[in-house]
Design a protein around this ligand. Sequence first.
Ligand SMILES: *Cc1c(COP(=O)(O)O)cnc(C)c1O
Length: 380
Amino acid sequence: MRKPRLFTPGPTPIPEHVMLRMAEPILHHRHSEFVALMGRINAYLQTLFCTKQPVLSLTASGTGAAEAAISTLFQAGEKGLNINNGKFAERWGKMMTVYGMNSVDVPVEWGNAVSEERLREVLKQHPDTACVWLVHSETSTGTYTDIRTMSGIIREIAPDALICIDGITSIGAHECQMDEWGLDVVITGSQKGLMIPPGLAFIALSERAWKKADAHKPRNFYFDLRKAREAWHDNSTPWTPAVTLFVGLESALQMMMSEGMENVWKRHAALSRGLRAGLQSVNLPLYGSSPSHAVTVAHLPEQGGKDFIKLLKNEFGVTVIGGQDALKDVVFRTSHLGYYDEADMLAVLGSIEYALQKLGHKFEAGRSVYAAQRVFMGVE
Ligand SMILES: *Cc1c(COP(=O)(O)O)cnc(C)c1O
């Protein structure tokens, strides 16, 4: 017997009691019971996003929230800066182009966050930009960007630009103070830090962004955020929502609320620190210069690296995921986003050691678990 253990940054594992809630008979979405459920969820989501603005729930994957933002807020011909430091960042530039925007790509070497100097420089070249897209936690490279500092710089040099944040793997892992930091658009998805299956996307807009949305005719229908906002005030959605996922979502959000957001962020910071210490101690160098608390990216073992991920899955039931594009067969990514604790990190490290031994990798057995444990015990 092998217990399946999922360590991927979306979908992420689902707590047992959340799964059980989703097995209950389905509700009708216009029934008072569902309206009351949405009311509770809407309040929790505002706490999650650190905002007083409505957090709108869309039945779509995370990408749907970005599409809703771009098509609701911007017109063809408007300029959009895209800070492109990975596979997901790249997507938002492509999307702006599809909607006829003048998308200006700002390439940043993978594994890095944009520097303050670089951001200042591009903003000075494009102070007329309608928006700037930043990925808070770039899942393809495991890179964290300090959006608090970056948003200050954007506001200073391009005061009218809307600051758009892909928080798909940062919400729930990193502090993200939407109102306090002056963020205009924040999006996330259900299958990441929220610990439920794929199928829901969440988005909040600032007052400034809503003003811009209200100034234009709609260029979308399903994703018209103004319709979603109207329904939000009645604890409803304009279209049939993924009812079952919302039932699970309430349970998952209740877990986060009772842990407390500060503690949720702290837990993710500790797990990522422990895992990093463990991987390094068995000679698996980390990738990138600015590690995210959602996912850890390390180099594959030199010997038999190509078989490492398959070996972990087939022999130990552990699913991690490889790199994309230039990072294919170079790195592997291990998630600690959502429903994870210290024991999960010790389990994944222990399994990794078994796989390394099979591949003839040079390391000292037990080292990684010891290193992580020292971090968790607070002696390191
Ligand atoms: C997963 C992910 C996305 C895409 O979300 P989907 O739910 O697959 O549409 C976008 N950005 C980041 C940073 C992600 O991790």
